[in-house]
Design a protein around this ligand. Structure first.
Ligand code: NZQ
Ligand code: ZN
Length: 386
């Protein structure tokens, strides 16, 4: 196990009715910017609950943060922050809104050009504006981590940045909010959190039995709960389990003491930037093929995953590893998620070369847990995903 430091300052309120807690979490004299997405919160009662909890406080609203939040849109919100002397931000939405708020939090007191935060993938180590979040879509774990992903529309770049000051001060996870989610978004949330676990777990044996069991526990629980939550999003027990899995998949705990991969995400972000494919679906397209191409590095963990999560107990190491990847794909299919790029766009043939070149330009020449994923591998992975 590698040395590690564990720090997570987010106060998490989990459960039915917890939105009202935000009343106590924001100072009475705060000047608040309430940030939300395209309007789902108006239809499902979340907006009303938030407004009630903010009664008596000074609130300015900024709506219209789109999925895969854009720098260009967020720049308008940043202007509002400066014009209105905002000193606290409350994000109400899915990962896109919360990530957008993280950008605003980082940019609010940044003296340089805010585009650099995204384009240079900066480590935010300056004072950030405090913010809280009300999560409406379990998927990203953004409600309890310090990372964010923002798209620069002009250059079609989708890039992540992070920093310790970017943890939410508090987050509310009320599982009842998912009852208004379309099936597509629930499937996305399950697949995204599933792959978050894989990015941290599916590497090579690292003598970390507890981290492994945490990871396998989340994967098994997601597989178990998926049919129930897809069948009935108002099933509170299923919704709670799904929501908690998503938070635990990416709040920093299971990554402690291990080398991680994250190349599936890096490639996936390019597919979203190029074609607008939902984040989670890009992961279902790329992940299985990355595991195939990097089989030599990953086969021992694939066999362990197959044994403990998919009950695969027979065959040679390679057979078991490959069967595990197939089971994973079957799981994505069971969620209604297609795993071939050509099923999402007709314009897929340019992807492999484009992404390979982009990674080379950025100097991303040796990636993954063993720094052995090269641009040649990237091209092979993407081509295999056509
Ligand atoms: O905008 P509104 O109208 O709210 O509608 C949203 C949006 O259209 C809708 N929605 C959200 N909650 C709803 C709802 N509809 C009905 N009822 C509700 N309760 O769902 C749509 C998608 O929302 P979005 O926030 O884009 O989805 P998600 O949470 O999957 O976030 C995806 C973004 O997060 C990034 C992704 O790259 C992508 O940009 N990620 C962030 C991470 C992080 N910060 O740690 C890690 C992830 O790997 C991921 O990269
Ligand atoms: Zn993700």
């Amino acid at each position: 196990m590698l040395n590690f430091e564990l720090y997570n300052p987010t106060r998490l309120f989990f459960g039915k009715g917890q939105i009202q807690e935000i009343t106590n979490q924001i100072k009475p004299d705060a000047n608040i910017l309430l940030v939300y997405g395209g309007g789902s919160i108006f239809k499902n009662g979340v907006y009303d609950q938030v407004i009630k909890a903010l009664e008596g406080k000074t609130v300015t609203e900024f709506g219209g943060v789109e999925p895969n939040p854009r720098f260009e849109t967020l720049s308008k919100a940043l202007q509002v922050i400066h014009n209105e002397n905002i000193d606290f931000i409350l994000g109400v939405g899915g990962g896109s809104v919360i990530d957008g708020v993280k950008f605003l939090s980082a940019a609010a007191y940044y003296s340089g050009n805010p585009i650099d935060i995204v384009q240079k993938k900066m480590n935010v180590d300056w004072k950030a504006m405090p913010y809280g979040a009300v999560l409406t879509l379990p998927a990203t774990g953004s409600e309890m981590n310090s990372g964010a992903v923002v798209t620069i529309e002009e250059t079609k770049e989708k890039l992540s940045f992070q920093g310790e000051p970017l943890y939410p001060q508090f987050s509310v996870c009320d599982p009842t909010v998912i009852s208004s989610l379309p099936q597509r978004q629930i499937a996305n949330g399950i697949a995204d959190s599933f792959v978050h676990v894989l990015e941290q777990y599916l590497t090579y044996p690292q003598d970390t039995p507890l981290q492994d069991r945490f990871a396998e526990g989340i994967l098994s629980t997601l597989i178990e709960v998926a049919p129930a939550v897809l069948a009935d999003a108002s099933n509170y027990e299923a919704a709670s389990t799904y929501m908690w899995c998503c938070t635990m998949a990416l709040n920093g705990l299971i990554s402690k003491g291990v080398m991680q991969d994250w190349v599936t995400h890096a490639i996936g972000h390019e597919l979203t930037a190029l074609y607008g494919i939902d984040h989670a679906r890009t992961l279902a397209i790329i992940g299985p093929n990355l595991y195939r191409v990097m089989l030599d590095t990953k086969k021992d963990k694939l066999v362990q995953l197959g044994h403990r999560v998919f009950n695969i107990n027979e065959g040679t190491t390679n057979e078991r590893a490959l069967l595990t990847i197939e089971k994973m794909e079957e799981f994505f299919h069971s969620l209604g998620i297609q795993t071939k790029l050509s099923q999402y766009t007709e314009d897929y043939l340019k992807a492999a070369e484009f992404i390979k070149n982009r990674f080379e330009e950025r100097g991303w020449l040796a990636m993954g847990e063993k720094k052995n994923i090269t641009p040649t591998h990237i091209k092979e992975i993407v081509t295999m995903s056509y």
